[in-house]
Unconditional design. Structure first.
Length: 89
């Protein structure tokens, strides 16, 4: 399963690729944060930094490939929540 930073970026509109509620999103998520959160969840992440999200193909944002262990929206929400917890520390 692919997790793009746009999925959890609360500055993006739903039409821009965000799949989590704005209140659960993360401001400008970095690949390293997504990777760390996915590791904490046991999802065996693989980072591909040279990829571009199809809805914004001109912007190289990278992506993280994780194990498919449930609905994408639920996994994205858990990753966003974990990143928010890490940032508050």
């Amino acid at each position: 399963m692919v997790i793009w930073p746009a999925y959890i970026d609360n500055s993006k509109p739903k039409s821009g690729g965000r799949i989590v509620p704005k209140k659960d999103g993360v401001c400008a998520p970095r690949l390293e944060e997504i990777e760390m959160a996915a590791k904490n969840m046991g999802l065996n992440p693989t980072v591909e930094p040279d990829k571009a999200y199809p809805k914004s193909a001109w912007e190289i944002s990278g992506r993280v490939i994780v194990d498919d262990k449930g609905p994408k929206s639920l996994i994205a929400k858990k990753i966003a929540n974990d990143i928010n917890k890490l940032r508050k520390k």
